[in-house]
Design a protein around this ligand. Structure first.
Ligand SMILES: C[S@@+](CC[C@H](N)C(=O)[O-])C[C@H]1O[C@@H](n2cnc3c(N)ncnc32)[C@H](O)[C@@H]1O
Length: 364
């Protein structure tokens, strides 16, 4: 779902069913706590290592060839387009035959946030785990969060400078006592808008969740709190005019339906190059993120595509099987190991649709 921002803005000027897929990996998320968006099918696993010099050299040769073809693939536009489906709104379609294991595209988050309990363990910008060992890392000067390196510190400078000028204790207390995570993403987005990094309407193209009155009332409360914090911090009205109740609710409604729960895969670089799907061992969620392009993928309980996160919140969309030109690419929004009734309930409650995929129709 995962620059995405510029691309999102550009895409907004086209009718939604004629969105053009960006020609570079675009910077670019199911409902709260209802499960993760991840491929349901399990991968072939790691390839076994070998000792012989000849084998090592041939494996290096093939790795080099794969590196070159991956680099060449990275320069080509992704083999996908966004178009209207018959019954699921917009969706993503293959523009050519795609081989199992192919990396379709990658996407950087539009907005992300680490899990609150991991603020000192996970990079505040890219969500890399602290033991990633990238060097140059350390706590933010305020000591309230951690950056994995200077590039991430620099990338976050705009919104972080805004954030540091306000007292967030009441907001943090409100969210943590209720177990809320998405308001942190709205707060970050608000700081990004104030810093000039993104436009206030950068998420408008995404589908919003339907909200019940109770949820709306809760969101209004959160908005009052956020608004009050910016006011008390002395931000001039000119820079916060976008910050209205409607803006808060619109953004949160989109984050609720499009945010991904990020689970980094413990893997090696070679796994990334391998055609086997890299899903070796998942740690607990490091945070949440919203992307642009990945937000257009619809759900299937037996998906043909999945999303992999390696060391950071950058999402990689990979084919799980051979896919024909024109076929819709679908990911699984939930833990697909659940039975059909549980899946149907989560998808209806969290995403507002009844799944009619072949697996659900067969009662599996
Ligand atoms: C993340 S969005 C996917 C893109 C969306 N179709 C759009 O037009 O922006 C999730 C929403 O798409 C729709 N959707 C996704 N998968 C679906 C499916 N298998 N059947 C029906 N609707 C689906 C639901 O409205 C769901 O809340």
């Amino acid at each position: 779902m995962p620059s995405p921002l510029l691309q999102a803005t550009a895409a907004r000027s086209r009718p939604p069913h004629q969105l053009l897929v960006p020609t570079v990996a675009d910077r670019e998320s199911p409902p709260p706590d209802s499960g993760q968006v991840a491929g349901w099918r399990q991968p072939g696993g790691r390839r076994a290592g070998n000792d012989s010099t000849a084998e090592i050299s041939s494996s290096r040769g093939s790795m080099f060839r794969r590196l070159l073809s991956t680099a060449a693939a990275a320069r080509r536009p992704p083999p996908i387009r966004v178009a209207l489906t018959e019954s699921s709104g917009r969706g993503v379609f293959a523009t050519r035959p795609i081989a199992a294991g192919e990396l379709l595209h990658s996407a950087q988050p539009l907005v992300s946030h680490p899990s609150r309990s991991l603020l000192h363990e996970v990079c505040y910008s890219c969500l890399r785990r602290r033991n990633g060992g990238s060097g140059g890392d350390g706590d933010d000067s305020s000591g309230s969060c951690y950056f994995c390196g200077d590039a991430c510190r620099e990338h976050a400078k705009g919104f972080r400078n805004i954030e540091k000028n306000a007292d967030w204790s009441l907001f943090d207390e409100h969210c943590s006592s209720r177990g809320l995570k998405y308001p942190y993403m709205v707060k970050r987005l608000a700081c990004m808008v104030i810093s000039g990094a993104v436009s206030a309407d950068c998420l408008d193209i995404l589908q919003p969740a339907h909200l019940h009155q109770g949820t709306l009332t809760e969101m209004e409360e959160e908005f009052e709190l956020l608004d009050d914090i910016f006011r008390k911090a002395g931000f001039q009205e000119e820079v916060t005019t976008f910050l209205t109740r409607e803006w808060y609710i619109n953004v949160l409604a989109r984050i609720r339906i499009n945010a991904f729960r990020i689970e980094l895969v413990a893997t090696s670089y070679e796994d990334l190059l391998s055609s086997a799907v890299a899903l070796v061992a998942c740690d607990a969620a490091v945070g949440n993120a919203v992307y642009m392009l990945p937000s257009f993928y619809n759900h299937d309980c037996d998906p043909n595509t999945h999303i992999v996160w390696l060391e950071t919140a950058d999402a990689r969309l990979k084919a799980l099987c051979d896919i024909e030109e024109g076929e819709e690419l679908r990911i699984c929004y939930i833990d697909a190991s659940m039975d059909v009734d549980a899946r149907q309930k989560i998808l209806a409650d969290g995403f507002g649709f009844q799944c009619r995929c072949l697996r659900c129709l067969s009662g599996d």
